[in-house]
Ligand binder design. Structure first.
Ligand code: KOT
Length: 826
């Protein structure tokens, strides 16, 4: 240890630098059982992680004490998915210990970057829905809202994506291989959950509404929690994740003793399979029995835990809805409604009406989609087998609900059929969204257009029946992770310009940057930040793909799950059009572009896996063409995740938000990119509309059909007419069909061409011409450096609205009606 360098003498929750260093050495010794001399990389990382984490424990204890004291109304966020992102940098920032680590690491001869390489992100989600959950947790803690997130501790998170011959291959995400220093197991709070079995009437219940369920199988839920610190506040909330374990009964000792080892272990394996793996489907339904088991496992464990917590400070049930508000993140946790009814009626012996009143006042439901294929339904047959009591409860809920409907719309059988929780044809299924609406106080969509379309289409009959139930809460993103951590250079520039860091918790203050959009010196510095970020990205691209890209080229980014409605194929048609133009006119003066894709396709989504192959094939052809590659590069970065997003987003110039209007519920990548100074090219879909309203039409590249036009066109759509009419479109489609991207093989990508010319479900061909023309306007704008940078600054300056802090405030005002609880400062 040398003392040559002057060191910051700052007091934070981390204490002093000296104390921090002492704790590091002590943790290395006592937690890892090793010394500075013989420590490995993972030793160093783990030690740093627990040392930082321990700085949050005191705050957590004080938060818990303040909550106990105040006995406030709590928000319980139930979500099957969370995409938390890496924890190390975030917790360094939130504890103010970032400043200590560099000098200490330097002294010890390691870099923070080396240690961070071991910081694995928990990939417990697929995409937008899971990341939104994480942003809301961050903002709830930052706003001192008493809240707990509940989820599943999947042993394997979202698969790792690699490419073999351009095709996506999936590898398991063994994210806890080196251990997870961020979590605290809490075995004392374990729960037991039942499945299968039978029901019988309760002896003393003449109404017949109370029954007794005897499950045939039980599984133990073991919780562990991770700390969720707020920024700039001592509040530390938690997220509690459940892992399935075989309960003692399922470990069949007699079989084991009789030497039937395999059979004895089988039941254990089956029980533990429940939390084994995240289903890798985004915005599509996966109607598998194990998936329903996961959902019920999550809600059964969480509800018992919520009741346990409630009973620490409250007695009786009357106050339950005043103290507990449960937010259902889409329909995945909706069985919680039936489970609470079962607990209240069967186990706590409340009468049905009181139980129903409590239940309805407790739950709220957020819908994240409009796609019919994403609307969950479960077959009655499966539910009767797996959760027989819950199916009975659903029938009763539906019975009373339809009585209400009949009273409102006498004789309207069609209305009853449309509203019913049970769909009758072609087979009997439970509509989870209907159950969610019936059992909730508030229902919300995630962007203005989405909420309107929900009320006009998918949930129209409900919106007519209960208009006051429907709300819009436009999504948001946390500026701490997606600006401050992801883009430290821009953050510093903003802080310097605005005078302090207040914008990090009051993002609308970014509007004060608008004046700087006319200051040439500021524009120059803004450009420099973007350029340095692009250099960083360039290095990452080269490391992971070998492709060398020019940091001065326009960085054109499309990062999101591969899905037909998001229209990666439309982007690809544009890329092929640029390729064709350059091949035809090698001397043309084209704006240099790097087109960067990132995203995974669900392993069973064959159309999208083929499209991934095509993107890689086009990339290969473009990047190896001596003429074309001087102006154009195409990259599909493998294994897109939150950590990769944090590198790509700060470097983006152009944000591709080109879903067919009316299909993307909101989008949140669109917000992250705009906040980092990317200009959007997009359709009037989801939150794009609200982004454009704020940044101004002149700072947004709009193209394409609107939602109504898309619906109208769909009725008599003929993609071939567009193909035949537009020579550039025809050349692009023909290029795919010709096999130029498949070494002459005309069959490989034929299904892509057939889908386009056949049905073209998402009207890509109809929007193609408008899109290409809009891209040409983008290129023209890019040539005027000051004009572009001005647009970039104004995008960041005017999108402060899209902070998840604002989103959480809206949930608080419109839906949760919770108040903050202040925690004693450090
Ligand atoms: C998945 C399964 C069923 C229903 C909905 C989904 C879903 C929706 N998964 N991700 N989403 C996205 O959620 C984001 C957060 O609200 C939105 O921004 C995005 O548009 C949705 O596609």
């Amino acid at each position: 240890m040398t003392d040559a360098r002057p060191r910051p003498k700052m007091r934070t929750v981390g204490g002093t630098l000296e104390a921090f260093e002492q704790d590091l050495i002590s943790n290395l010794y006592y937690q890892r059982g090793t010394t500075l001399e013989s420590a490995s990389g993972p030793d160093g990382y783990h030690t740093l992680a627990v040392t930082v984490r321990d700085r949050l424990v005191g705050r957590y204890a004080r938060t818990a004490a303040a909550h106990y004291q105040a006995n406030p109304r709590f928000v319980y966020y139930l979500s099957a998915e969370y995409l938390l992102g890496r924890q190390l940098r975030q917790n360094l920032l939130y504890t103010g210990t970032e400043q200590f680590v560099r000098p200490i690491a330097e002294d010890l001869g390691v870099s923070l970057e080396e240690l961070e390489a071991y910081d694995v992100e928990p990939g417990l989600g697929n995409g937008g829905l899971g990341r939104l959950a994480a942003c809301l947790l961050d903002s709830m803690a930052t706003l001192d809202i008493p809240a707990v997130g509940y989820g599943i501790r999947y042993e394997f998170g979202i698969f790792k994506q690699a490419f073999r011959d351009g095709a996506q291959v999936e590898r398991p995400d063994d994210w806890t291989f080196y251990g997870n220093p961020w979590e605290f197991p809490a075995p004392d709070d374990r729960q037991v959950v039942g499945f299968y079995g039978s029901t019988a009437p309760a002896l003393d219940d003449p109404s017949g509404l109370r029954r007794q369920w005897t499950p045939a199988e039980t599984v133990r839920g073991e919780p562990s929690h991770m700390l969720v610190p707020g920024y700039g506040t001592p509040t530390v909330n938690i997220i509690r994740l459940w892992q399935a374990r075989a309960s003692r009964e399922s470990f069949d000792l007699s079989r084991f003793g009789a030497g039937q080892y395999k059979e004895a272990v089988e039941d254990i394996v089956q029980a533990e399979n429940i939390s084994k793996v995240l289903y890798p489907d985004d915005s599509t339904e996966q109607g598998r029995e194990l998936r329903l088991k996961q959902q019920y496992f999550l809600v059964a464990c969480s509800l018992r835990d919520i009741i346990r917590r409630y009973r620490l400070r409250n007695t009786g049930w009357d106050a339950f809805p005043a103290k507990v508000v449960i937010q259902l993140n889409d329909t995945h946790p909706v069985m919680a409604i039936t489970e609470l009814m079962r607990l209240l009626v069967d186990e706590y012996r409340l009468d049905w009406d009181l139980a129903w009143s409590i239940t309805r006042r407790t739950f709220n439901y957020t819908c994240h989609t409009l796609l019919p294929e994403a609307l969950e339904t479960w077959s009655v047959e499966l539910l009767e087998r797996l959760l027989p009591r819950h199916m009975e409860i659903i029938y009763s809920i539906n019975h009373f609900f339809l009585q209400e409907v009949a009273a409102t719309y006498p004789g309207d059988l069609d209305k009853m059929r449309r509203l019913s929780i049970i769909q009758e044809y072609p087979e009997k299924r439970v509509r989870m969204a209907h159950l969610a609406v019936v059992g909730s106080t508030a229902v919300n969509g995630v962007a203005e257009l989405h909420t309107r379309l929900l009320a006009e289409t998918t949930l129209r009959d409900f919106a007519e029946l209960w208009p006051q139930k429907f709300h819009n809460v436009t999504n948001g993103v946390t500026p701490r992770r997606f600006v401050r951590l992801a883009n430290p250079r821009l953050s510093e520039l903003i802080t310097e310009r605005l005078g302090d860091e207040g914008w990090l918790t009051d993002l609308e203050r970014l509007d004060r940057l608008a004046g700087a959009a006319d200051d040439p010196a500021f524009l120059e510095r803004w450009r420099e930040v973007k350029r340095l970020n692009k250099v960083d990205l360039t290095h990452q691209v080269e490391r992971s793909t070998g492709v060398v890209v020019d940091p001065d080229a326009l960085c054109d980014v499309m990062i999101k799950r591969f899905h037909e409605y998001k229209r990666q194929h439309l982007k690809l048609l544009h890329v092929i059009t640029l390729f064709n133009r350059l091949r035809e006119m090698p001397e043309m003066d084209m704006v240099p572009r790097t087109v960067l894709f990132g995203g995974k396709a669900a392993p069973g989504y064959h159309a999208m896996k083929l499209l991934i192959r095509l993107v890689n094939a086009v990339a290969e052809t473009v990047n190896t063409d001596p003429v074309v590659s001087r102006h154009l590069k195409v990259v599909l970065l493998p294994d897109y995740n939150v950590s990769r997003a944090q590198v790509i987003i700060p470097a983006a110039d152009l944000s591709e938000q080109i879903s067919l209007a009316g299909k993307e519920a909101s989008g949140t990548g669109n917000m992250k990119l705009a906040l980092n100074g990317a200009v959007t090219i997009g359709t009037l879909d989801g939150a794009n509309i609200e982004i454009r309203d704020r940044v101004g039409a002149e700072n947004f590249f709009l193209f394409g059909l609107d939602a109504q036009q898309a619906v109208d066109l769909r009725r008599h759509y003929e993609p071939r007419a567009y193909y035949e009419r537009d020579p550039e479109l025809r050349a692009a489609v023909d290029a795919i069909a010709s096999g130029v991207f498949a070494k002459g093989d005309r069959s490989l990508f034929a299904p892509v061409v057939d889908a386009m010319l056949g049905r073209d479900e998402y009207l890509a061909l109809a929007d193609y011409r408008a899109y290409v023309e809009c891209q040409d306007a983008v290129a023209t704008a890019w040539r005027d450096r000051d004009r572009w940078t001005r647009m970039s600054v104004l995008n960041a300056a005017r999108t402060g609205f899209f902070s998840s802090d604002r989103t959480v405030r809206e949930y608080c005002d419109k839906i949760w009606r919770v108040d903050p609880v202040r925690v004693e400062p450090d």
